[in-house]
Design a protein around this ligand. Structure first.
Ligand code: ZN
Length: 103
């Protein structure tokens, strides 16, 4: 999972148009606009890939600590079905719902 994310992050970074890309680029306003929104979209995907990568890394750290599979808030065991759906889940369903409400 982490390797997949690393791969997509580096692909996305490679696709991101370099600022001030040299001569030869079409300069009319319509093209500039579509290049910009493409870059914005790539940036948004990169952002979510990076934050997901952070969650996966945290899950791997919990594996090292032998706390993987336990809720980081209440310490209850996270049901296996939930871990299969979300291998990087840090909280049990109850605490995740509370956590989401707090934000
Ligand atoms: Zn919990």
């Amino acid at each position: 999972m982490r390797d997949d994310l690393d791969r997509s992050i580096s692909i996305l970074q490679g696709e991101r148009p370099a600022p001030l890309a040299g001569a030869g680029y079409p300069q009319d306003a319509a093209d500039a606009g579509s290049t910009l929104s493409e870059a914005d979209r790539t940036e948004a995907i990169l952002h979510s890939a990076r934050s997901q990568r952070g969650e996966v890394l945290a899950a791997l750290a919990r594996l090292d600590d032998n706390t993987y599979g336990r809720c980081v808030d209440c310490g209850a065991e996270i049901p296996e079905g939930r871990l299969e759906a979300r291998p990087d889940a840090a909280r049990c369903v109850n605490c995740q719902a509370k956590h989401a409400r707090r934000r």
